[in-house]
Design a protein around this ligand. Structure first.
Ligand code: SF4
Length: 90
C-alpha cells in the first residue's frame, strides 16, 4: 500500500498505457485457444466501457484487472457482485 492508503495499482503514477496493453496482447498465448472470438471480446469491452466500476478507462475496480486483458480469456467472467455483465465463454 502506498502512504496514502490507496492501492499502488490504482494511483495515477501507476497507470498503464494502451500501448503497453497492446504489447501484452501481442503475446502468442492470446492467439491460442484461451481467447474468445473477436466479436465476444468487443461485446465484453462494450459492457466494461459502460460499467461504473471501470477506472482510468483500463482497470476493473472489482478485480483489479486490466479489462482489455481479462476480457480476452474464455474462462473469465465479469466479477461484478450481484450482476455479472459478461459470462464465461464455452
Ligand atoms: S465489473 Fe465487469 S463490466 Fe465492470 S469493469 Fe469490471 S469486468 Fe468490466
Amino acid at each position: 500500500m502506498s502512504s496514502n492508503g490507496q492501492c499502488k495499482g490504482c494511483s495515477d503514477e501507476y497507470r498503464v498505457t494502451d500501448e503497453q496493453i497492446d504489447r501484452i496482447l501481442a503475446a502468442p498465448m492470446f492467439s491460442s485457444g484461451i481467447s474468445v472470438p473477436d466479436e465476444v471480446y468487443e461485446r465484453r469491452l462494450a459492457q466494461c466501457g459502460a460499467c461504473p466500476k471501470l477506472q482510468f478507462g483500463t482497470t476493473c475496480a472489482v478485480c483489479g484487472c486490466f479489462v482489455r486483458i481479462a476480457a480476452k480469456y474464455k474462462d473469465r467472467a465479469c466479477p461484478l457482485p450481484g450482476g455479472s455483465r459478461w459470462a464465461k465463454h464455452a
